[in-house]
Structure formats: structure tokens, C-alpha cells
Design a protein around this ligand. Structure first.
Ligand code: MG
Length: 307
């Protein structure tokens, strides 16, 4: 995730919306902070470590320091890895607060939100364009598009006739719930509609970030390796549905579909899987049936909770 890979380093992006720039900055400070702390703490090899299980660090051999003498410096002596975990926890707990608020807002509008995650180039936007074309008579649909730069995908979505908001993450490698909260402010959601969130193309960083969605859907195309579920297990574990896309290309590529599905199920036994082609439409009816069934389940659960 971002605090580990350092992807959110502050870097003012000209032309970015002010809010996004501010969020980027805030996010980046975390990354910078932790990187600095991490390096320095490891450099210390300080014997005053507390609050972790590296027992040998509690002993020191005659450097004259008293373990109990300087409680005010305990914070600075916490082992770098512990600090790293704390920064991650803080980022994620802050994110989860926004995600809860998003979920409450979406429930109030009886909207069913899906968070699409994948590597770059799996065909997420094409899949959404096809899905919107086939479902927009039955559902009001709105889209949040996440990309590092450009509004190309939001423009492709708007060409289908549904509203779309583009979020540019700049140096950031994933959408977070705060960004989605701002995007929701810019969208007029119709009650009972569908909200599609297309995350930044990245199989690692979006995994731990709840955006307030009902489900994460992972899209993997047959032009990728069938061993990706094993290489990037966190994302497959976080998802509820795997769409193996570009099935029309199966005769032309060396992609072992059954091995891919077996790997995915091994990583996440409750993962549902569908094989689809957004280009030819193969398998898409099953995907639409999945959406309708899950949206219905969520609506029933929300109605029960409201009684
Ligand atoms: Mg896209």
C-alpha cells in the first residue's frame, strides 16, 4: 500500500483541482514522514525500543543510558517498522471513517456501488462502457473515474450519456474514500441507481482501501499471466467477483483459464468468477444478472435495517 511504496510523495500538480491537490499533499506528507522516520530509526539501532516484540532491543550493554530516564523520547525510539504499521493503521482508519460516511450516503440514496480494480489495460473502461450501454435503460447509472492523469476515461463514459466525475490522483496509486466523498459531492445520484467506481489501474495499492462500495470487482484480462492471483493475493482476497475479460482473445494467447480460476479460488475461496468479453458481449448477461441479484440483496438488507 501507499505508505510502504512511498507513491504519495508530495508534488504539486499544476492544473489539478484544488481539493485533489490538497488531498494529494496531505496524503504525501504521510509517505514522506514515514520514509524519513523509517530510515532514521533503523540507523539508530537504539536500545531503548519499547512496545514491540524485538526482545533483544530491550537490553543494552553499558552505554550509560538509563532505560527509564527519558520517557519523553520513547515516541522517537519506537522501532521504524512499528511506526510504519502505525502510519498505515492511521491512514486506513481515517480512510474507513470516510468510507463509512460514503456507505451511509449511498444507502440513503439506495445506490449500489461497485469498485472496479485491475492492472492497467485489463479493459475496465471498455467493460463499463458496454455495461452502461446494456443497463442504462433499467438503472440510473453514475461513474467515478480514477486515473493518475487525464480525463480521457470520464469522457468515454460521458459519451454513453451517463454522468461521470474524473478524479486525478497525481502521484497517488489508488482512490481513497476521501477522494470518493468529494466526487460524490459533484455527482447527482438518482435513488435506486448504480454507481460504478473505476479505480486506478494497480493490483496492489487499492486493495486495503474501502471506498464505501458494496463490492470490489477485480478485472483480469487473458492477455495477462494466469498466475496473477498468486502474485497479488491481497487484491484477489479483497474482491467478491473476478471478471476474466477479453475471452474473445483466448484462442490467440497462451492463457490457462482453468489454472487462473483455480489460483483465484485458492487465494479467496468465496470469490465468484465469470468469463466475459466486453468486446463481443460473451458472458456479460451473467455479469448483469450478478449485479441485479446483488443490488437486490443489498436493497433488501437496507430495507430490513430501516425497519
Ligand atoms: Mg480506464
Amino acid at each position: 500500500m501507499c505508505s510502504v511504496c512511498g507513491c504519495g510523495l508530495p508534488d504539486a500538480e499544476p492544473g489539478k483541482p484544488a481539493g485533489a491537490a490538497a488531498r494529494q499533499h496531505e496524503h504525501g506528507n504521510h509517505g514522506h514522514h514515514h520514509q524519513h522516520e523509517h530510515g532514521r530509526d533503523h540507523g539508530h539501532d537504539d536500545p531503548h525500543d519499547h512496545g514491540h516484540d524485538h526482545g533483544h532491543h530491550h537490553y543494552h550493554d553499558g552505554d550509560g543510558a538509563d532505560e527509564n530516564a527519558a520517557p519523553s523520547t520513547v515516541e522517537g525510539h519506537v522501532h521504524g517498522e512499528e511506526r510504519l504499521l502505525r502510519v498505515e493503521r492511521d491512514i486506513l482508519s481515517k480512510n474507513n471513517e470516510f468510507a463509512r460516511a460514503n456507505r451511509t450516503k449511498l444507502a440513503g440514496l439506495r445506490n449500489f456501488a461497485l469498485n472496479f480494480v485491475s492492472s492497467p489495460g485489463s479493459g475496465k473502461t471498455s467493460l463499463l462502457v458496454r455495461t452502461i450501454g446494456d443497463l442504462k435503460e433499467r438503472f440510473a447509472i453514475a461513474v467515478i473515474e480514477g486515473d493518475q492523469q487525464t480525463s480521457r476515461d470520464a469522457e468515454r463514459i460521458r459519451a454513453t450519456g451517463v454522468p461521470a466525475v474524473q478524479v486525478n490522483t497525481g502521484k497517488g496509486c489508488h482512490l481513497d474514500a476521501h477522494m470518493v466523498a468529494h466526487a460524490l459531492d459533484d455527482l447527482t445520484l438518482a435513488p435506486g441507481g448504480l454507481l460504478f467506481i473505476e479505480n486506478v489501474g494497480n493490483l496492489i495499492c487499492p486493495a486495503p482501501f474501502d471506498l464505501g462500495e458494496a463490492h470490489k470487482i477485480i478485472v483480469l484480462s487473458v492477455t495477462e499471466g494466469e498466475d496473477k492471483p498468486l502474485k497479488y493475493p491481497d487484491m484477489f482476497a479483497a474482491a467478491d467477483l473476478l471478471l476474466v475479460n477479453k475471452s474473445d482473445l483466448l484462442p490467440h494467447v497462451e492463457f490457462d483459464l482453468s489454472a487462473c480460476l483455480a489460483h483465484a479460488i485458492r487465494v479467496n475461496p468465496r470469490l465468484q468468477t465469470l468469463v466475459v468479453s466486453a468486446r463481443t458481449g460473451e458472458g456479460m448477461a451473467a455479469f448483469y444478472a450478478w449485479i441485479e441479484a446483488r443490488a437486490g440483496l443489498l436493497a433488501a438488507a437496507q430495507a430490513a435495517a430501516a425497519r
